[in-house]
Write a protein that binds this ligand. Structure first.
Ligand code: FUB
Length: 318
């Protein structure tokens, strides 16, 4: 299968792929050139809108449906439309997105549409109780929906270790448990959390929480949840070590046990993905920086087929 960028007329990243109405839809970040400085805070990821893309089949034409949501139309957003996701329920489509508010704090918003490709109308306020970045919304077979989210460093998760935002918050170090991603059940109308977000435990083979110093395995950002043969697979990026990893559990709330790496580091600092079944095969959508020849904030989406072994382990991508 070709390893070429799926989209080459514009920069795209953080692809959340879903099958809606028999088609494969991709909800990516829309990277752009910027004069913002490059730093660990991620200021260079300075995006201002979202486009939705669709394919009838893998390897077929990718249709760009144009702007689905623009920053200027979202009342609470000041800057940085980062990695989005989408979900459908009750005949509506929901686009979830993180962005910084007027105080520079990342919150998560939702916009509603009638079609998978939008357009989407944003709610005037972010989701109450939301913070940090990278929402991924999983709708289980019984119709219950859950949002997974969180990201450290520029994603600000380290600033939320107490009741409120602490500008001095830092990632723990050494043998302390690593910071954990979050999950919250969604309300029936998909616009709110119906409970307080709770931490997702990612444990090692001995049942211990991953340590903060374990940068090869600890959660950094890019949460994704999919279900395979009745089990829940939570996958994520390790950030500064640049791996895509997964962990497996028996409940959407976890706990999850670390399962291994899916993808080795790619060209560019960030790595971010989604996993989806389409027409009987499983695919990893992800990004690298091939088109821009390595400019970290100018990324392009790619797709690879993935496989499981008999025990349900995801085989690392070659
Ligand atoms: O695209 C901006 C940020 O870069 C995303 O939110 C992160 O997951 C990383 O890919």
């Amino acid at each position: 299968m070709s390893d070429k960028p799926l989209i080459s007329h514009t920069y795209t990243a953080d692809p959340s792929a879903h099958v809606f109405e028999g088609k494969l839809y991709i909800y990516p970040s829309h990277d752009r050139e910027t004069d913002q400085p490059t730093n660990d805070n991620g200021d260079q990821y300075d995006m201002v809108d979202y486009h939705v893309f669709s394919l009838d089949e893998i390897g077929g034409e990718v249709v760009d449906h144009g702007p689905a949501l623009r920053m200027e139309d979202i009342p609470w957003v000041d800057k940085q439309l980062w990695a989005p996701d989408a979900a459908t329920k009750n005949g509506k489509y929901y686009l979830y997105f993180p962005a910084r508010d007027a105080e520079g704090i990342f919150r998560i918003g939702v916009a509603v549409g009638d079609r998978p490709e939008g357009p989407f109308t944003p709610e005037p306020e972010p989701i109450k109780g939301s913070y940090s970045i990278d929402p991924a919304v999983f709708v289980d077979e019984d119709g219950e929906a859950f949002m997974y989210f969180g990201g450290i460093w520029g994603g600000q998760l380290q600033n939320w270790q107490g009741e409120r935002f602490d500008p001095q918050g830092e990632e723990p170090t050494g043998d302390a448990p690593a910071l954990l991603p979050l999950v919250a059940r969604m309300s029936e109308d998909m616009k709110e959390f119906s409970e307080e977000p709770r931490s997702i435990e990612i444990r090692d083979e001995n049942g211990e929480l991953l340590k903060a110093s374990d940068h090869d395995r600890r959660f950094f950002e890019a949460a994704w949840l999919h279900k395979y043969k009745g089990r829940y697979y939570f996958s994520y990026s390790t950030g500064d070590t640049h791996y895509l990893c997964y962990a497996v559990g028996d409940s959407p709330y976890g706990p999850f046990t670390y399962g291994g790496r899916i993808l080795e580091p790619v060209l560019g600092w960030t790595t971010h993905h989604s996993i989806v079944e389409f027409k009987g095969k499983w695919y990893l959508f992800h990004h690298d920086c091939e088109l821009s020849k390595g400019v970290n904030h100018l990324r392009n989406v790619k797709v690879k087929e993935i496989f499981y072994d008999e025990e349900g382990r995801i085989l690392p991508v070659e």
